[in-house]
Design a protein around this ligand. Structure first.
Ligand SMILES: NC(=O)c1ccc[n+]([C@@H]2O[C@H](COP(=O)([O-])OP(=O)(O)OC[C@H]3O[C@@H](n4cnc5c(N)ncnc54)[C@H](O)[C@@H]3O)[C@@H](O)[C@H]2O)c1
Length: 306
């Protein structure tokens, strides 16, 4: 971006900051925006931060408060939601975005002199918050987690196509907490929601998120395998799946075979989790099959198109 345009964006963005907000968002993409906009609908003051100024400008034009400075995001609110990407590269999760943000937050909270809660919303593998992110926060702040500042892991389950609507209508809220005070602070923020709130440890919250996505991927691969078998037998897979899905224990999600699961989350989370499980000495046989079937159906689908 040209320097003068960048400067004018910054100037426009800087004009509208208030001195306090209830929550701040670090990483104002799909999850960050749904979270911030959702809480704003419920009457909370929300401040959005991102390194992408164009995203901030669009949010500002919609009437939201935004900042280009992470320092401001921390100075104005006590609860900070971290919603930065965790891509999968060569079948491994890349946590560098979350690590970098944790380092920046650590440097700032070391000088703040008041209690804040850092809430990780990004999808991260079990034990990442406890064994990787808290040590980074402590190292850069010189403070002790659980005593001087709070930490929660609060996974999100929304679908990208209906992000805000899903955020506003959750089936459950998972609060992974380092300690009671961290969890109590985040629970208060969510008290406006009317759904089960499950308070648990940090590692369990991370595992709940993966277990959910891995199940959805498995269900799609299951019906894709049924689809391929039906085709081989000359049967109608749609009729089979629809009849099966009427059992309330099974339901409609993912029953229509013939297409691989795509989207942002399922392929990346499945691949990252398989590598993770193997690195811990566990051979995830079912999940590996889920991945294989997804590749097989992708091939089938591309042959049909060509
Ligand atoms: N998209 C979904 O449907 C979905 C659903 C559940 C969970 N998740 C998880 O949520 C996390 C975020 O996903 P997303 O889809 O919102 O990603 P996204 O790419 O839409 O948004 C991430 C944002 O973070 C910003 N960012 C990157 N580095 C930053 C930094 N250092 N400081 C401030 N901002 C920074 C980017 O500019 C971007 O705007 C990922 O871990 C993802 O796996 C996503």
């Amino acid at each position: 971006m040209a320097k003068n345009i960048q400067f004018s964006l910054k100037r426009q963005i800087r004009k509208q900051i208030k001195t306090t907000s209830d929550i701040s968002i670090v990483g104002s993409g799909v999850i960050g925006q749904a979270t911030g906009m959702g809480f704003a609908i419920h009457g909370l003051n929300v401040l959005f931060h991102d390194i992408d100024e164009k995203k901030l400008l669009l949010l500002m034009r919609k009437g939201y408060e935004v900042t280009t400075e992470i320092l401001e995001a921390l100075s104005t609110s006590d609860v900070l939601f971290v919603c930065v990407p965790t891509p999968t590269i060569d079948a491994r999760i890349d946590v560098s975005f979350v690590q970098n943000v944790a380092a920046s937050i650590g440097k700032i909270i070391g000088k703040l002199g008041r209690y804040v809660v850092v809430v990780f919303r990004s999808t991260i593998l079990p034990k990442t918050t406890r064994c990787e992110l808290i040590p980074i926060l402590e190292k850069h702040s010189g403070l002790k987690a659980g005593k001087d500042f709070g930490v929660c892991m609060n996974p999100e389950f929304l679908r990208e196509q209906s992000a805000l609507e899903d955020f506003l209508n959750p089936s459950r809220i998972i609060i992974g907490e380092l300690d009671q005070r961290s969890g109590d602070t985040l629970s208060k923020v969510y008290s406006i929601f009317n759904c089960p709130v499950i308070r648990t440890g940090l590692d369990t919250a991370e595992m709940i998120k993966y277990t959910s996505n891995l199940f959805l991927a498995s269900k799609i691969s299951y019906f894709n395998e049924v689809f391929l078998i039906c085709k081989k037998l000359g049967l109608n897979p749609k009729q089979v799946s629809e009849a099966v899905s009427l059992d309330p224990r099974i339901g409609q999600y993912g029953i229509y075979g013939g297409k691989p699961f795509g989207g942002v989350c399922l392929p990346k989370d499945l691949a990252a989790f398989i590598t993770f499980a193997k690195s811990k000495g566990f051979n995830p046989k079912l999940l590996s099959a889920v991945s294989d079937i997804n590749k097989e159906i992708a091939l089938y689908d591309s042959r049909l198109k060509s």
